[in-house]
Design a protein around this ligand. Sequence first.
Ligand code: AMP
Ligand code: GLY
Length: 426
Amino acid sequence: MNVLLIGAGGREHALAWKLSQSPSLGKLYAAPGSDAVAQHAERLAAGAADAPALAALCREKGISLVVIGPEDPLAAGVADALRAAGIAVFGPGQAAARLESSKAFAKEFMGRHRVPTARWQTHTDHAKARAALSDFSGGVVVKADGLAAGKGVRVCANRAEAEAALDDIMLKRAHGSAGASVVLEELLEGPEVSLLGFCDGERFLPLAPASDHKRLLDGDEGPNTGGMGVIAPTPHLTAEELADVEKKVVGPVLRGLRKDGLEYRGLLYIGLMMTPKGPRVLEFNCRFGDPETQALLPLLDGDLLSLCAAAADGKLPEGPLAWHGAAVTVVLASEGYPALPAIGRQITGLAEAAARPGVLVFHAGTTREEGVWKTAGGRVLAVTGVGKDLAEARQRSYAAADLIQFEGVQLRRDIGKVAARPGRPA
Ligand code: AMP
Ligand code: GLY
């Protein structure tokens, strides 16, 4: 089977690496791909959201399955257009992708189908939103409704911060039209868990639960980022808690999708906070997480391509999925990230790091010029260590990360540190 992978980031490098191991793969193509993805796939010149060009390429190259990596093409309806052209797609259509592309839509969906989530209000009027802040005395989270590359959420400790967030999002339009509506949410507390699963509309087959680390600095300090590191399986979701989440969250979500006539064939990412009152959904993503994918795919036993093809056909196997060991992924970011990342810096030590046992180096933002790898984005690399447990995975990941150098590199030193201690962290 010839397959087209859409996207260009670290997630897509991991997807290309795993897809290329499939016995049923004919040829793997990528649009637009990256220099790193090109190690596993032939790059095609088409924009990720240019559905007519992508459909034409599928016909020309005999591509029968398209795997969509990022959220923008999903929100733009690329999956619908390709399906209408008779091509199987791993990724939901535009209507179901609103679970990610509109936070207000996701909250209404959860309210309608009794999925546990933080209490909320949606506002389109700035003055009314400001007045409504007094309904959230225990702290408030202000969220731009639309897609904002993970940057549209402000966790506010007090009223002044919340007012500033509303001004920024609604008046100054810090995230453009994504801020035309806002969701105000009660502030929850507890560890966060990313539960990613293959979904065919009827079944949800979870991967190992993971914990992302969104803040830039050790100890969860500093600004929010796209994600600075991941541990999987996370100790923040025990087997009993997973069973509880399947009953209280996954079941109602699957029933809700069917009731609302939303066909979901792709990867469903459920962002959870494990509060003292039980699991609460923070967000849905309609695609693989980045950098969760770089930690999870190396643990997955078996064939990613057959899972994607089965989900696209609406025929996932009974499950459960099998995985082995544990992974710790450390992100190496550019100087100045997340505000103003410096690019074009030479990277050394990549081959030495990748040659270590149990280590995979995935590229998020790099280019290759005359055989030399250079930084080309905010998050540059994700270094994954796989081991029998988190302690071994962590040791492998950091030993490899320390072999890689570029000027101004930023990385957290505490990914997997708490979790690697015996027992369950508070
Ligand atoms: P989201 O994109 O909605 O998942 O929000 C991004 C991040 O903001 C989450 O990963 C949490 O760290 C934080 N966050 C979102 N909603 C809440 C909430 N209701 N209470 C506390 N923190 C939250
Ligand atoms: N790691 C968070 C995300 O992919 O949105």
